[in-house]
Design a protein around this ligand. Sequence first.
Ligand SMILES: C[S@@+](CC[C@H](N)C(=O)[O-])C[C@H]1O[C@@H](n2cnc3c(N)ncnc32)[C@H](O)[C@@H]1O
Length: 507
Amino acid sequence: MTRNDHKLIVPFESAIPADRQSAKRHYGVHPYFTRRPHNVVRQYILHYSREHDRVLDPFGGSGVTAIEAYLENRVGIQNDINPLANFIAQGIVDLGNGEIAEYERTLASLKEKCQAQLQELERLSEDDLQAFTRGLRMPENVDLPKNSDVRRYRELFSPRQLAALAVLRGAIDRIRDTYARKAMLLAWSASLAKLNRTFLSAEGRAESRGGSSIFSIYRYKIAKEPVELPPWKTFEERARNVIAAKAEIDKIIEFKSRTTGWAGKFEVHAVDIDDLSKDLTSKVDYIFTDPPYGGHISYLDLSTLWNCWLGPMPSQKACEAELIVGGNLDITEAAYISRLGKSIKACVKMLKPDRWMSVVFQHWNTAYFDAILSSAAGAGADLRAAVPQVGDTIWSMHKKKGNQSVLAGELILTFHKTGKPKKVQRNRTSFDIDRAMAEILSSANTRVMYGEHLFNQLILTAWNKQAISSLHVSKDEFNDIIKRNGWEYDEENHYWVKHQFEDMLFG
Ligand SMILES: C[S@@+](CC[C@H](N)C(=O)[O-])C[C@H]1O[C@@H](n2cnc3c(N)ncnc32)[C@H](O)[C@@H]1O
């Protein structure tokens, strides 16, 4: 294929099994919310773009899209309004710089300087600890979001944790080698997720294997029985992960340099998606993105744990621009839907003609899908594929508890920019949900089906009949219709199973 043949690309039609843990550059370096499986993202990039193309993720998060694009000889363009997201993405890319031996030497010298001192902190009396802490540089004691268990930032830590983190941070700031210093800062920032009072140990596993409530219930909940992990060991483990990620990145770049030649480039932008087109030097060839899905996760509020200490904190303007429902600023659902539509329009505008855009999305509210699909059509991008990535996602806590009303899989919607805007006709007749679901279920040539898969097909049926705006179905109603059609929910495997007698009756 030549470089200008993008329009001949045949869209992916089936799911790609997710492989979350094999890439050290994403897994284990630094936690972030809703990280996309790198192998799925990479295959989409390879399929819908060419070498040297500009590949953008305007809601970049931890940078999976832009990093994979960069490692595949594209220009990876990362954007996020959350400073933490860009810190992680840039931090991972920077691991391609400097010598691994220097990173190792730096870690060994940190150990020499800090390990004993951190252990000593364990033995200090409360008074001595207070006196010791007075000589350390501490983060600003900012207010936390109103739904947190504690009011101020420093209350997230025990005095020992705060002192240990400050000692380590001071030593890292004094490292001379720029890249080794940045790598150790990345490891220190990853340690913050474990060395605070929101950390909960996982039942039946090693103490250190738990996680912060920030990532499980999406708020600052102080653990009833806080576990204080040993600070040096915790940091050292993160630093080892960072060095392993460096070795992996070095290997990829070295292999490319020896074979096709190395041409990867990386850019970071830190603006509200509405302002991004002004920040870019030119339009882009492919967008793969994963916008925030409504109200579950307030990224900026939850990132205060890092943004406060890494600095600078996001501006008030950025907080107001965050695409969420609720959050500390109580953003309404109507505002979210309108901004979601606007951001999809902005994405299509940033694409060159004849190029492709993939949007990952999942939510019960069909108005969200309506906003995405009609805004893309109105901006001149045709929906060409809708692939449910079901069954391989990280099941949310609720889903693990066997709750049928939780949607866990995502739909990857892929659009082609034709440049010919279409006005979406609003079909005034109501959409017959019972009939549409019965048709989808009876045509399924499988005995098991994920609720997510069915829901996604329902959305697409309604969209194709131009009736998405009249598709309103509650979770209970949706589940009842499936049951009425002779399917039963399997609590263990989280999918629906067709009754045996249906087979006997209908063969
Ligand atoms: C679902 S996450 C993306 C996760 C990412 N796919 C990954 O693999 O890590 C959505 C991101 O959108 C960012 N975001 C929210 N509102 C934004 C806005 N108005 N402009 C730019 N980014 C925004 C959030 O900070 C968050 O990192």
